[in-house]
Design a protein around this ligand. Structure first.
Ligand code: ZN
Length: 362
């Protein structure tokens, strides 16, 4: 992951199979690269499926390809071939395509389709977005995930094959044998009352970009929260930031298995200010078990940054089995593992709030 302004790539960084995508152009696929005797490179490509080629001293007829390269941050300046090599090039597809940004553009089209109690063929959706129809599946992914995660009706069920009027192969948000009930739910839902959950990507930002900003400038937490707004994605960005801050390890036990690591709020989300909802100093990266025990008040963190174990009032540590002890009471008085950077560590203010409002387990 690069930090700060991205280094420009070069024609010589291109690989066969790279996909450059720009909403107003379509999809450019690099099909062949040929180094010429004079050192220049001829790039063979397909622009939305039609073949073309250019040398890196290109004619203006290739202006569209040129623009696609520029938006992928590939320098179109011949001289840059001789510039000192920058960071290793990322795969073009990673760099050029932001599926969240496309989801941002697709969301209003889909919700309007729902309001009209209609469906929309893949090809039509692609055309309205200026894209190749084969790209649709990729940006429907985040929308489908979002609806599943937020327990919303399966919005992506509206995107159907032109002839069979059924959702495509990637669709798994509803029983495909019975699309009618799913359609009814989607059509009956008041989508106009929800703001676009992908608004954070309107300018091309990804959750990764925002989490990097959060780590670099924790003071920006409130602004970043205002950008994200949607609770689901705020949580995604917050977690990514804490994964960086805590070097992907549970602050209590050191577990580093990514799938089990979660972002815990010290001042809980529902009472947190906008800044506290995003500020790494109001967070702890915890494994899912320790997150649950922290939220239940069975484990807490003192101002000395040591874990305290508080058995439930009506239970007794004596009733705990050996695993309970290993996971919970053995941590009593252990010092938590904090981020290296001071400003990313849990703040006294947040820890004191938590102590004052601890659940009744003490
Ligand atoms: Zn843990």
């Amino acid at each position: 992951m690069t930090h700060g302004p991205r280094e420009a790539g070069r024609i010589s960084d291109l690989n066969v199979g790279d996909l450059l995508v720009r909403d107003d152009i379509g999809t450019v696929e690099v099909t062949r690269l040929e180094k010429q005797a004079d050192g220049l490179i001829t790039v063979h490509y397909k622009l939305n499926g039609s073949p073309g080629e250019l040398r890196d001293r290109w004619p203006s007829t290739h202006a569209r390809f040129h623009r696609a390269l520029r938006s992928a941050n590939i320098s179109t300046d011949n001289e840059s071939r001789h510039a000192p090599s920058a960071a290793p090039p990322q795969r073009m597809a990673d760099r050029a395509v932001n599926q969240y940004q496309r989801a941002f553009h697709a969301w209003p089209i889909l919700t309007a389709t729902a309001a009209a109690r209609d469906t929309i063929p893949y090809g039509d959706l692609a055309r309205r977005m200026g894209l190749h129809h084969r790209t649709v599946g990729y940006f429907l992914g985040p929308i489908q995930e979002y609806c599943l995660e937020e327990k919303l009706p399966p919005l992506t069920i509206l995107v159907v094959g032109k002839y069979d009027r059924r959702p495509g192969a990637g669709f798994r948000a509803w029983d495909v044998a019975n699309p009618e009930d799913g359609l009814k739910l989607v059509w009956g839902y008041a989508w106009q009352n929800r703001f676009n959950p992908f608004a954070f990507a309107a300018d091309g930002s990804t959750p990764e970009d925002l989490s990097e900003r959060l780590i670099a400038q924790p003071d920006e937490a409130e602004n970043i929260y205002a950008r994200v707004r949607d609770r689901g994605y705020a949580q995604v960005v917050f977690r990514l930031a804490l994964l960086r801050a805590y070097n992907s390890r549970c602050a209590f036990c050191g577990l580093s298995l990514n799938v089990a690591l979660q972002a815990a709020h010290i001042v809980p989300w529902r009472v947190a200010t906008p800044a506290q909802r995003m500020d790494p100093s109001n967070g702890l990266l915890l494994c899912s078990t320790h997150h649950s025990l922290f939220d239940a008040g069975i484990l807490s963190v003192g101002l000395d940054r040591k874990v305290r174990c508080h058995p439930p009032r009506h239970g007794s540590v004596r009733a705990w089995n050996s695993t309970d002890h290993q996971i919970a009471s053995a941590l009593h008085q252990c010092t938590i593992q904090e981020p290296k950077e001071m400003r990313l560590r849990p703040s006294d203010e947040a820890l004191m709030y938590r102590q004052r409002t601890a659940p009744a387990s003490e």
